[in-house]
Ligand binder design. Structure first.
Ligand SMILES: C[S@@+](CC[C@H](N)C(=O)[O-])C[C@H]1O[C@@H](n2cnc3c(N)ncnc32)[C@H](O)[C@@H]1O
Length: 217
C-alpha cells in the first residue's frame, strides 16, 4: 500500500466563488504559513503550545469548533481544496480564533517537509476521501507509509484520530495501526469531535461512523 509521490488522495471539487476569492486575499496573509521551510510554530502562532495537525479540514466545521473548545492547543489545518480554505479562514475570523492557521497544501507535503519529528501532539483525519472502489484504494490517505510518517512526527503519547463512515476504510485504518510498531489503538470513541457535513451525509446514507484513536508509543 505504499504510494508514489504523484498519487492524489483527494477528488476534484467545485471552484472558488468570488466571495471566497476575496476572503482568501483579505484573510490569507494574516493566517499564512510559509510552505518552503520547516514550521516555526512559535513564530506562526505567537506562542509555544501543543500543536494539532488536521489533514483534510474541508470547510473547517470540526476544526473551528474543536479549536474554540480547546484554546490551550494550536491547530494547523491543511486542505488542498481552495474553497474549503476560504471557508475556514472566514470561520476563524468570525469566531475570533487565535489558535488556528490554515495551509492550502497536500497534508503529506506538510508532514514531510514542514514538521519535525516529535513536534505534534495530535493528528486528525476526519472523513478522508473514501475511495471505495478497489481500483482507487491506492488513493486513500491512511496507509502504512502515512502511519509511519505520522508516528515519527507525533510526540510519545501523542494521538492519531481518524473518523470515517466507510467500514472498509475503518478496517484499513485498524490494520495499518495494528501493523505499526509505533502506534496502538487507544480508543474507538469519538470524544469531543463535532458532527460535520460529511458525517451527516454518511449517516443519512445509512453508513456507520467509526472512530479510531491511536496513541504513539
Ligand atoms: C470528505 S472531505 C472531509 C472534510 C472534513 N474533514 C469534514 O469532515 O467535513 C475530505 C477532505 O480532505 C481533503 N484532502 C484529501 N486529501 C488531502 C491531502 N492529501 N491533503 C490535504 N487535504 C486533503 C479533501 O480536499 C477534502 O476536503
Amino acid at each position: 500500500m505504499e504510494r508514489g509521490e504523484a498519487v492524489r488522495t483527494w477528488k476534484a471539487r467545485r471552484r472558488t466563488s468570488s466571495g471566497q476569492a476575496a476572503d482568501l486575499v483579505r484573510l490569507g496573509p494574516a493566517y499564512a504559513v510559509p510552505l518552503d521551510r520547516p514550521l516555526d510554530a512559535a513564530a506562526v502562532f505567537g506562542r509555544r503550545a501543543p500543536l494539532v495537525l488536521e489533514v483534510g479540514s474541508g470547510t473547517g466545521e470540526a476544526t473551528a469548533a474543536m479549536a474554540a473548545a480547546d484554546p490551550s492547543r494550536d491547530v494547523l489545518a491543511v486542505e488542498v481544496h481552495t474553497p474549503g480554505v476560504a471557508a475556514l479562514l472566514r470561520r476563524v475570523e468570525e469566531e475570533g480564533l487565535r489558535n488556528v492557521r490554515v495551509v492550502e497544501a497536500d497534508g503529506l507535503h506538510v508532514l514531510t517537509a514542514l514538521l519535525t519529528p516529535g513536534s505534534l501532539d495530535e493528528v486528525r483525519v476526519f472523513f478522508p476521501d473514501p475511495w471505495p472502489k478497489a481500483r482507487h484504494a491506492k488513493r486513500r490517505l491512511v496507509t502504512p507509509s502515512f502511519a509511519a510518517l505520522v508516528a515519527d512526527r507525533l510526540r510519545p503519547g501523542g494521538r492519531l484520530h481518524v473518523a470515517t463512515d466507510w467500514a472498509s476504510y475503518a478496517e484499513q485504518v485498524l490494520g495499518v495501526v495494528d501493523d505499526s510498531p509505533d502506534l496502538s489503538v487507544a480508543s474507538r470513541e469519538r470524544g469531543d469531535r463535532p458532527t460535520t457535513r460529511f458525517e451527516r451525509r454518511g449517516v443519512a446514507a445509512g453508513r456507520e461512523i467509526s472512530d479510531v484513536v491511536a496513541v504513539r508509543r
